[in-house]
Write a protein that binds this ligand. Structure first.
Ligand SMILES: NC(=O)C1=CN([C@@H]2O[C@H](COP(=O)(O)OP(=O)(O)OC[C@H]3O[C@@H](n4cnc5c(N)ncnc54)[C@H](O)[C@@H]3O)[C@@H](O)[C@H]2O)C=CC1
Ligand SMILES: O=C(O)[C@@H](O)C(=O)[C@H](O)[C@@H](O)CO
Length: 313
């Protein structure tokens, strides 16, 4: 039975995952390599909890209780000593994950489950050096993790079924929507779909068909509007598979088939224009604009999450 959770890595994802468990009633320890990183994470979690109070999702006492369930420590052994579930959310660098897993194998308590929040790595690749005797799986949360319900779960033959069942039950208890993959594939489900669409999106910007803003509107006012409640396969059934066959036959030959990052992304990364991380990417951000954009995003997601809870399709 999973009762105590530890998050390794307090960055963009780790802080949101920690908040999800704390709001869900679980004691959480958050670990990072520097106290300053942990202080930044605590400040961010406080802000995000305040947003939930402001939007009416949390009462003040619930915010206080959630904050009280989170402990921060730069000491890895202390962080994982009593943990039943250890979620790794460190950078998407295989060698870094492998090095951490060696420490986790050595210091975690027997039977403690380890999961990775990796965006892309197949589970077989992650466990090439440390297999955790079957006590390992992928739990891929989505950004922002404290608001987006999806968690993709990837297991392997060695993964004990009771662990999958325990983690699925745990995630549902904290209000998440876990999807268990039937077999591993690079990039899992949502990132493959998201990357395919984004490849075409950036291709259209690169061809001068539309600018970034209009591409986003075409999705948020169109397919994205529908996808919040009706997924692509159901959309196909509702639209008529005969028509969708003609759509595929007519459009598929013209879709972008690049096998790497879009040129526009390569150019921006080369120029260190990484988006909100550096203040400019596809869009430019004024000094206080970044927090405004994030707050507006989160406000929309809170409202959408409230509607989805009531109207699960
Ligand atoms: N950023 C995103 O939108 C999403 C990221 N992911 C995945 O989640 C993982 C984390 O990504 P982000 O949160 O974006 O990264 P990040 O760079 O924002 O945060 C990573 C944190 O891990 C810490 N760290 C590095 N080595 C460590 C160690 N040995 N022990 C403890 N802490 C350590 C860093 O100091 C940093 O605070 C990656 O695997 C990424 O692919 C998954 C879904 C979405
Ligand atoms: O968008 C997300 O949250 C997830 O699909 C990801 O894992 C993406 O790869 C994300 O890390 C890109 O920033």
């Amino acid at each position: 039975m999973i009762k105590k959770v530890t998050i390794i890595g307090s960055g963009v994802m780790g802080r949101g995952i920690a908040q999800s468990f704390a709001v869900g009633g679980f004691p959480v320890k958050v670990n990072d390599i520097k106290e300053t990183f942990l202080e930044a994470a605590e400040k961010s979690i406080d802000q995000n909890l305040a947003l939930l109070v402001h939007s009416g999702e949390l009462r003040d006492d619930e915010k206080r209780d959630a904050k009280g369930r989170i402990a921060y420590t730069a000491d890895l052994k202390d962080a994982i000593r009593n943990a039943d579930l250890i979620i790794e959310a460190i950078p998407e660098v295989l060698e870094m994950k492998w090095a951490l897993y060696k420490d986790l194998e050595q210091y975690k308590k027997p039977g403690a489950v380890v999961s990775s929040n990796t965006s892309t790595f197949p589970i077989s690749k992650l466990t090439e050096q440390t297999a955790f005797n079957g006590d390992f799986l992928i739990t891929h949360f989505f950004n922002p993790a404290h608001l987006v319900p999806l968690v993709e779960i990837v297991k392997q033959d060695e993964t004990k079924q009771e662990i999958v069942d325990d983690v699925v039950g745990l995630l549902k208890r904290i209000g998440k929507s876990p999807v268990v993959l039937k077999k591993e594939v690079n990039g899992f489900i949502a990132n493959r779909l998201q990357t395919a669409l984004m490849r075409e999106a950036f291709s259209l910007v690169g061809q001068g068909v539309a600018d970034a803003e209009d591409i986003d509107t075409a999705i948020t006012a169109g397919p994205g509007f529908r996808w919040a409640f009706v997924g692509p396969t159901r959309i196909a059934d509702l639209g008529g598979l005969d028509t969708w066959k003609r759509v595929f036959d007519n459009i598929a030959p013209d879709l972008d088939k690049s096998d790497g990052a879009p040129e526009i992304i390569n150019r921006l990364v080369q120029a260190n224009k990484l988006g909100v991380k550096t203040g400019e990417g596809l869009f430019k951000y004024g000094k206080h604009e970044i927090q405004t954009v994030i707050n507006q995003r989160d406000d929309y997601f809170v409202k959408l999450g409230r509607i989805k809870k009531v109207n699960e399709f």
